[in-house]
Write a protein that binds this ligand. Structure first.
Ligand code: NAD
Length: 488
């Protein structure tokens, strides 16, 4: 690792105008290694003056950056991709250290993130407009894409590498400058990502990073020089961000929380489905927006499925994410673990049957660990079937038909993702056509984002119009300009 800030155990610094600088905001939060509960740094809570400095740094170089050749911007992304590949293992270890997920999970999220950088290298094609000759006699029309100005990214803790990379590579390659506000619970990976982009040749000020929480975000949303805001996080905060940013006249996309259903039909390959379900529900300790958290089992398969699922879940190896063979790491913080445990109590008090109790699993004696938990006999109206728990808790609901399963998906306040396990093409088609959610999987546990396709949920899982990634992201980070001309 370079001399950079990413290894610091003291108070972290903001990255503004190409320099690591102390925040003026005096408050800070402890940064933990969730696998050991050790404090590994202090995250400053930047105030409005820090935010202003970062936005001004981004605004100051904007004109110059948007005037660089698109090939030059794309070449920086080529170099960045190369550096990210070279530093992949180091970055994966950093993710595991600050988040707790296993190294394999960290590597996988980096692959997804690096694919966005790869997509960004296509800027000379992606940013092309279009033309139409002779819309009237001697009159032609051209459409250009132009950058917006200073864009902002506000990211959650659960994908410290991938989610920032959904945002700044595409914004920057399109000619925008950027201020990233990473999660105050997992900021180290973002810091290293910023350093590597500078090493790839990005001029100072094009990407800036401010640490902080609510006050920092509020200052960003209100800043007059910010043009667009990309947010990913919980549903309650997403709604606030969407309303506030829009009230300040910003373009905004806010990806929110989830409650994802996994339907299993009797004709599914059960062993395959069980592996995928365990990976989806308990991978990253359930802290994924695409995590399956409601298992919808058709009656004829429910008993066989649960028997296999319980046996597999009880065999899951829980421990620090950097230990070989570990399949599930800790939760992010002790308070979050307490919140997840409170949902286990809620499920019991609602009358669901607890068949695997994560509180009783054999767990490391330090760190914020909790074992996998499975409920059966869950009624769709129970809170454990409706609310996002964001931990390794799976609620099982039985249905008679696939239609009943799809109806459950469609009734949810969320609509992020849903998956189906079956061997029937007709069932898969009905699911694809009628399930109301943004990201579907057929015989896939986690329909993960693919850089060249748009990614977001529906209903309460998303606020905005243009999704992350793919063509949507290009549209989000550019303004279209149409020129009609006649040359006499
Ligand atoms: P969070 O909402 O607590 O925090 C997200 C960001 O918002 C952080 O940078 C945080 O500092 C900031 N923030 C928190 N409270 C704020 C407030 N009151 N005002 C302004 N800013 C505030 O989310 P989290 O706990 O870090 O992440 C987990 C959540 O993110 C889950 O709900 C998960 O489903 C969701 N998520 C969604 C997607 C998706 O693609 N839809 C992807 C990943 C995570």
């Amino acid at each position: 690792m370079s001399s950079g800030q990413a290894v610091a155990t003291e108070r972290l610094r903001n990255y503004i105008g190409g320099e690591w600088v102390d925040a003026s905001g005096s408050g800070s939060l402890p940064l933990y290694n969730p696998a050991t509960a050790e404090v590994i740094g202090a995250v400053p809570l930047s105030d409005a003056s820090d935010v202003d400095r970062a936005v001004q740094a981004a605004a100051a170089v904007y004109e110059e950056w948007r005037d660089t050749s698109v090939f030059h911007r794309a070449r920086i992304m080529f170099k960045y991709k190369e550096l990210l590949e070279q530093h992949k293992e180091e970055l994966a270890r950093l993710i595991t250290k600050e988040h707790g997920k296993t190294l394999d999970e960290a590597r996988a999220e980096l692959v997804r993130g690096i694919e966005v950088v790869e997509f960004a290298t296509g800027a000379p094609t992606l940013l092309q407009g279009r033309t139409l000759e002779q819309v009237g006699r001697g009159v032609d029309v051209e459409m250009y894409r132009q950058p917006l100005g200073v864009c902002v990214g506000i990211t959650p803790y659960n994908f410290p590498g991938m989610i920032p990379m959904w945002m700044f590579p595409l914004a920057i390659v399109a000619g925008n400058t950027f201020v990233l506000k990473p999660s105050e619970r997992t900021p180290l990976t973002s810091m290293r990502l910023a350093e590597l982009l500078a090493e790839a040749g990005l001029p100072p000020g094009v990407l800036n990073l401010v640490h902080g929480g609510r006050e920092t975000v509020e200052a960003l949303l209100a800043h007059r020089d910010v043009q667009a805001v990309s947010f990913v996080g919980s549903a309650a905060v997403a709604e606030i961000i969407y309303r506030t940013a829009a009230a300040h006249g910003k373009r905004v996309q806010a990806l929110a929380g989830a409650k994802n259903h996994m339907i299993v039909l009797p004709d599914a390959d059960l062993d395959f489905a069980v592996e995928a379900i365990v990976g989806s529900a308990f991978g990253s300790a359930g802290q994924r927006c695409m995590a399956g958290s409601v298992l919808v089992a058709q009656d004829d398969v429910a008993d066989r499925l649960l028997e296999k699922l319980v046996a597999r879940s009880e065999r899951l190896r829980i421990g620090p994410g950097d230990e070989p063979g570990v399949e599930m790491g800790p939760l992010i913080r002790d308070e979050h673990r307490e919140r997840v445990k409170s949902y286990i109590e809620i499920g019991q008090s609602e009358g669901a049957e607890l068949i695997v109790d994560g509180r009783k699993a054999s767990l490391p004696d330090r760190g914020f660990f909790l074992g996998p938990t499975i409920f059966t006999g869950v009624d769709p109206d129970m809170r454990i079937a409706r609310e996002e728990i964001f931990g390794p808790v799976l609620s099982t609901v039985r249905v008679k038909t696939i239609e009943e399963g799809i109806e459950l998906i469609n009734r949810s306040q969320y609509g992020n993702g849903a998956v189906l396990f079956t061997r029937s093409g007709a069932a898969a088609r009905a699911f694809r056509r009628y399930a109301k959610a943004g990201m579907l999987g057929v015989n896939i546990g986690v329909p993960a984002p693919v850089a060249v396709f748009p990614f977001a949920g529906w209903r309460g899982s998303f606020y905005g119009d243009l999704h992350a990634n793919g063509e949507d992201a290009i549209n989000f980070y550019t303004e279209r300009k149409v020129v009609t001309s006649r040359w006499v």
